[in-house]
Design a protein around this ligand. Structure first.
Ligand SMILES: Nc1ncnc2c1ncn2[C@@H]1O[C@H](COP(=O)(O)OP(=O)(O)OP(=O)(O)O)[C@@H](O)[C@H]1O
Ligand SMILES: O=C(O)[C@H](O)CO
Length: 494
């Protein structure tokens, strides 16, 4: 069984919507939008203006900060005295780094598997030394993006790197969420939770932050090194108790976490600090929407806060697809359809007030026979129980496929679903995500692939790799940015 040319062009169209989303959150593009320079004055997001005179210093930690630093260097390189960048292993090789950039910047690679290591420790020591010597008339740019916590490692007094590593691994395995994980990281660090701002005082400190956390909480992203810590004093103890880790964590870690202290940084320290959110999942979704609109779709952004178990969210997207397909092709049972829509909205973290707007949009698409593109984003989780290979996006699409399998293809509409990571890497695989299309289940059956078996074994990567020789895989390579995941659900009139 072959894929029709028509299906291929639909997949390409959706691929371009995804690309528009990722292009809008590329680090260089975002820095260029945020920072303007003219006549020795730097303008930041139209809110702040600062005179510069060879007094700029740059530090950065996270998956996207090399791209950010390169752009800063293009804009105000002549004013940059020195830079220190901490990025994941293998990232530097993806860039062509100009000599003048290499002369100013020291680049460290570390944090294999997102765990702090010697590389992150070395980078952080250099950051601390540099920042501690800054004076009143210096300007410090702090580039922050997802993965920054593991790349900025400075264990609190008396703690070893090994103890921190064990703590993070144990908490991750126990199912702690990013807020909890980073609350612990802040307690065990000399630099997180606003403490970098204390070190850089009295230099003016400008943080440019690319969010990879739902809701964009600046104090959580990369453990908020330049943001006042809002955690309650007893949070460490609460987390130990919640996950019953008292006997498993190193004794010194338990001691630190149990002490009921938060950072005692005063507001004067933070009056020198300016935190700017320069990009987020929503920025990517808006760009996807604008592109889809231009290409003739009616569009809606469902939510930028989609979270939960990937398998469950895939199922919810399948139900939403079924409901919208019904609403687009028949005007029956409007009351019942609205009720179903509010349930689907709740399950997908869509604002309930938005349901009436969605209903009107669908009605317009039905009357005008207009194609519809729904866009969502956020980050799901996978409780990995099987021995397979996959990622949260591929698992979500496989679950969608299983849920829609029993349906015959719709006479009037084709529905196509894509879920993919904006970083181009879904879990520990080489794919960014995958597509689900009508007729795919039959194709899998013809090849002897049982989607449910692959789903149960968390083996979504191999399912999509084998199905039609990988035609439904989205493979882009690492994008150099990361604002979580994007989901695109398109309805095409035949
Ligand atoms: N076999 C699998 N099937 C599905 N998901 C998996 C599998 N193995 C790992 N994962 C998921 O992959 C994720 C880890 O991969 P990855 O490093 O891309 O995520 P991350 O650390 O959250 O980083 P980022 O947020 O930058 O994508 C976890 O959410 C994990 O549950
Ligand atoms: O580095 C981190 O803490 C996570 O990626 C969240 O920002």
């Amino acid at each position: 069984m072959f894929i029709s040319l028509e299906t291929m062009s639909v997949l390409n169209e959706i691929r371009l919507i995804y690309k528009a989303a990722v292009d809008a959150v590329r680090p260089g593009f975002l820095v260029n939008q945020a920072i303007k320079y003219s006549d020795n004055v730097v303008h930041i997001q139209g809110e702040l203006e600062l005179a510069v005179d060879r007094n700029c210093h740059v530090i950065g930690f996270g998956k996207a900060v090399l791209g950010m630093a390169l752009q800063i260097d293009k804009i105000i390189g002549q004013h940059v005295v020195k830079g220190v960048i901490s990025i994941p292993h293998g990232v530097a090789a993806q860039y062509c780094l100009p000599d003048q950039f290499l002369n100013r910047y020291t680049i460290y690679e570390g944090a294999v598997n997102n765990i702090p290591d010697e590389g992150s420790l070395k980078a952080t020591t250099e950051v601390e030394n540099m920042v501690a010597n800054l004076k009143n008339n210096d300007l410090l740019f702090v580039l922050v993006s997802g993965g920054g916590s593991a790349l900025l490692a400075s264990p609190a007094e008396g703690l070893s790197l090994d103890e921190k590593q064990k703590t993070i691994q144990l908490l991750s395995k126990s199912g702690a969420n990013i807020q909890e994980l980073n609350s612990v990281r802040k307690k065990l660090s000399r630099i997180k939770g606003g403490k970098l701002a204390q070190l850089s005082y009295p230099a003016t400190t400008i943080a440019l932050i690319l969010s990879d956390v739902i809701g964009d909480p600046l104090d959580v992203i990369a453990s908020g090194p330049t943001v006042k810590n809002k955690d309650p004093a007893n949070i460490g103890l609460d987390i130990i108790q919640k996950y019953q880790l008292g006997n498993q964590l190193p004794a010194r870690v338990v001691e630190y976490l149990s002490s009921p202290t938060t950072s005692n940084l005063d507001d004067a320290t933070f009056s020198y600090v300016h935190n700017f959110l320069i990009g987020s999942n929503l920025s990517a979704l808006q760009a996807a929407e604008a592109y889809a609109n231009q290409t003739g779709f009616a569009t809606a952004i469902l939510s930028d806060r989609i979270n939960g178990e990937a398998k469950e969210i895939g199922l919810q997207f399948a139900r939403l697809a079924r409901l919208f397909a019904q609403m687009m092709t028949s005007s029956n049972d409007q009351h019942e359809q609205m009720e179903e829509l509010s349930v689907a909205a709740e399950n997908l973290h869509i604002d309930p007030r938005y349901c009436c707007t969605l209903e009107r949009l669908v009605r317009r698409c039905r009357n005008a026979r207009k194609n519809l593109c729904l866009i969502g984003g956020g980050e799901t989780t996978v409780s990995v129980r099987g021995g397979g290979l996959g990622g949260r996006n591929q698992e979500m699409v496989l679950s969608y496929l299983v849920e829609t399998a029993v349906e015959a293809c719709l006479d009037e509409l084709d529905v196509v679903f894509l879920s993919a990571g904006t970083d181009g890497i879904d879990g520990p695989t080489s794919a960014a995500g995958a597509f689900a299309c009508p007729g795919q289940f039959a194709q899998a059956q013809a090849q002897g692939l049982n989607p449910l078996t692959y789903l149960d074994n968390n083996d979504s990567y191999h399912f999509f790799h084998l199905l039609q020789q990988g035609k439904y895989h989205l493979i882009t390579g690492p994008s150099g940015t990361n604002v979580m995941d994007i989901h695109i659900l398109c309805f095409y009139w035949k």
